[in-house]
Structure formats: structure tokens, C-alpha cells
Ligand binder design. Structure first.
Ligand code: AMP
Length: 281
């Protein structure tokens, strides 16, 4: 596997791959690789001739009071893990090379899709995500790009960006990978104490409860949302940011009854750590 820290070097590798007609798959990550990332890299490796994984804590998607500085960074462990999962190139640029100028070009999806859910408390987040992913698309020129359903709103935002900008890439969305105890795996789980981790299991449990209500025929939006909320609110350590339901695709507002594919999404703080999780009904 090639560890590539320079933009020009990645461009040269991509040019070479294109010349040999190789299909290119891209897995954008912020590093601190775990089983969730590995599942994306493995899928990418299985479906493409060249797998490029980016490993970059993207400064412009963090708000001023968020965890950019303390976000876990472990490039040497990531190098081993990415290679094990089938990556051929690990792209880990310096922030100052990736964003060389203070005055920069943004890619910004607008509308409700970026204002609801995490967009309410993270107003600049999805502009940062759309900008970094579109820059990575221009650099890697992937045929396919791999993202996790764990970040359901990110998936909707990127689908819109790709559609609106006519970007010739196929987005492959992979299922949420969970610990054996059910907690959705996240780089931020490393911040949790054992007790917080145990209490955070309520997220998956509440979403599974919603799924069982749905399977039993419940279609009332308020009833399902309330059932999730009640279960999380009963947990002594949980501090709810949101429990919301939206229609898919596009995060359109719900009617009284669930008729279309529906996203049930939660964001909850345990101590200082904010976790997200979701399920599609
Ligand atoms: P991140 O490094 O957190 O920005 O995540 C990089 C990619 O991995 C994103 O597309 C995430 O949605 C995806 N991802 C993160 N955690 C998981 C998980 N537990 N299961 C599946 N995909 C995940």
C-alpha cells in the first residue's frame, strides 16, 4: 500500500490508474479507523481495481467549540488497518496542503436537508463535508465512493450534491456496523467511559423498539417518535439533542402517518460525548 501525503502524488497515481483503465473506488474517512471504516474499505476493494482511502480530519466541518483538536489521530495504526482491509493508497494530506488559501471555494448544499437533525446545532458542518468530499472527488476521480449509513444525513446531503453538480460517481451506502453489544461503532466511542458506553446502548435499543412497533403495524409518526424519546429519556445519563423522523429520500417532513421509507434518527450526549444513531423504517 502506498501512503500518500501530497496532493500532486495522488493526482499522479490517479492519472496512471486511469491510463491503465483501472476502476477507482474512494473511501473518505477522518481516520482512527475501526470496523465501520473497514467494512467500507473491504466493499471498495471487492468492487474496484484501485482502492483509495482518505485519512484526513477535516478542519472545516468542525464548529468553533467542537472536538477538532482532540479528535483521535493514529496514522500508523490506520496504515496497517487500511492495508489489511484492501486499500492500495492511503491519502493523508496536511490540512495546510489541502486548504492552502484562507480565501477558499466552498461547496454548499442548501435547504432543509442541511438545516434539520445535526444541521440545527452544527450550522457549518455539512458545508465542510460537501467541500471536502467534492475536493476528494476531483482528486481521486472515483467511479464509486463508499459512505456509511451511520451518517444518514451526510448520505442525503452528498446524494444531493452529486445530483446537483452532475458528478459522475456512484455512491455506495454501506450498513451501520455495530459492536457486539449493539452500539454503533464510532471513532468518538473512544471518549466514552465504561459507564457511559453501557448507558449509550439505549440508542440502539430504542431504535430497535421503534422497528418492532413498526413491524407490529404501528404507523403513527408521533407514537413512534415518542416511544424512542421515552426510552432514551428514561436513561439517567442520556441528554437528548434530537429524536426525529424524516421521509427518505431527501429528509422531507413527515405526515401524521408513516407511508414512505422513513429515517428515525437520534443524537444524544453521554457526558461530553455526542453520539448519533439511526434506523430506516
Ligand atoms: P468518519 O471517519 O467518522 O468521517 O467516517 C468515515 C466513513 O465511515 C463515513 O462514511 C461514515 O458514515 C462511515 N462510518 C463510520 N462509522 C461507521 C459504522 N459504524 N458503520 C458503517 N460506516 C461507518
Amino acid at each position: 500500500m502506498i501512503l500518500c501525503t501530497e496532493v500532486e502524488k495522488l493526482q499522479a497515481l490517479v492519472k496512471e490508474a486511469k491510463k491503465s483503465n483501472k476502476s477507482i473506488g474512494l473511501v473518505p474517512t477522518m481516520g482512527a479507523l475501526h470496523k465501520g471504516h473497514m467494512s467500507l474499505i473491504e466493499a471498495c476493494h471487492a468492487e474496484n481495481d484501485l482502492t483509495i482511502v482518505s485519512d484526513f480530519v477535516n478542519p472545516v466541518q468542525f464548529g468553533p467549540n467542537e472536538d477538532y483538536e482532540k479528535y483521535p489521530r493514529q496514522l500508523s495504526a490506520d496504515t496497517e488497518l487500511a492495508q489489511k482491509a484492501g486499500a492500495e493508497v492511503l491519502f493523508a494530506p496536511k490540512a495546510t496542503d489541502f486548504y492552502p488559501d484562507k480565501d477558499m471555494t466552498w461547496v454548499e448544499v442548501t435547504g432543509n436537508i442541511v438545516k434539520v437533525l445535526c444541521g440545527r446545532t452544527r450550522p457549518i458542518h455539512f458545508r465542510g463535508v460537501a467541500t471536502v468530499v467534492s475536493k476528494l472527488f476531483h482528486l481521486a476521480q472515483p467511479d464509486k465512493a463508499y459512505f456509511g449509513q451511520k451518517d444518514a444525513q451526510q448520505v442525503e446531503v452528498l446524494k444531493k450534491m452529486v445530483h446537483d453538480l452532475f458528478i459522475p460517481v456512484k455512491l455506495r451506502i454501506m450498513p451501520i456496523v455495530r459492536d457486539t453489544d449493539g452500539l454503533a461503532i464510532s471513532s468518538r466511542n473512544a471518549y466514552l467511559s465504561d459507564e457511559e458506553h453501557k448507558n449509550a446502548l439505549v440508542l440502539n435499543q430504542s431504535l430497535k423498539h421503534a422497528a418492532s412497533l413498526y413491524a407490529g403495524g404501528e404507523r403513527n409518526t408521533k407514537v413512534i417518535r415518542q416511544a424512542i424519546t421515552d426510552m432514551i429519556a428514561a436513561n439517567p445519563m442520556a441528554d437528548i439533542d434530537y429524536v426525529e423522523l424524516y421521509q427518505l429520500p431527501g429528509l422531507k417532513p413527515m405526515a401524521d402517518k408513516l407511508t414512505n421509507k422513513t429515517l428515525a434518527a437520534v443524537a444524544v450526549r453521554f457526558g461530553k460525548t455526542r453520539l448519533i444513531d439511526n434506523i430506516i423504517l
